[in-house]
Design a binder for this molecule. Structure first.
Ligand code: ZN
Length: 164
């Protein structure tokens, strides 16, 4: 899923257990894999050379497309941050726990990036788990995929805000 969705859901999960930031961090980190298990849409990362036969052999190419990808990823992160701020100002959810949760929610994808560069343990084991958890079915349409992720986010936001 997009980093924005991972950040927002991680933030919401951590907000639900706000007095326990360490628990919030762990639950937000785990929420990443639960979200990835749902069939979803992801934007193209051109600088990632995929090995369909063995996803553990995927690698990052630091070429011209890397800058464009970095821009996509940074924009994605900023959208997630904006959603977190919206939850804070509109629904009164605690900001600091949400920020911790947002970092934890997005962290597995950053660790995945570091794995693609380094291919070292313990990242290899984590990457095996990440690949294993990741849905193989995909939503092809970008619009459909974004609407779907917004829907998943809205359900989780509803549960956290109204069940608090
Ligand atoms: Zn992921």
């Amino acid at each position: 899923m997009t980093l924005a969705t991972h950040e927002a859901v991680g933030g919401l999960v951590a907000a639900a257990v706000a007095p326990l930031p360490a628990v919030g961090f762990i639950l937000a980190f785990l929420s990443h894999f639960a979200l990835d298990a749902i069939p979803h849409w992801d934007y193209q990362i051109s600088s990632l050379e995929r090995n369909p036969a063995d996803p553990l052999r995927n690698r990052v190419l630091f070429g011209r497309s890397f800058l464009g990808d970095a821009l996509k990823v940074v924009s994605d992160c900023l959208i997630g941050l904006a959603v977190i701020l919206l939850f804070h100002y509109l629904a009164g959810l605690p900001l600091v726990p949400m920020l911790i949760g947002a970092v934890a929610g997005a962290l597995p994808d950053f660790l995945q990036f570091i794995y693609f560069v380094l291919k070292e343990e313990p990242l290899t084991s984590l990457q095996k788990f990440h690949v294993w958890m990741h849905a193989t079915k995909k939503i092809r349409s970008a619009l459909g995929g974004i609407v779907f992720q917004a829907g998943v986010l809205a359900i989780i936001a509803f549960l956290v805000i109204y069940c608090r």
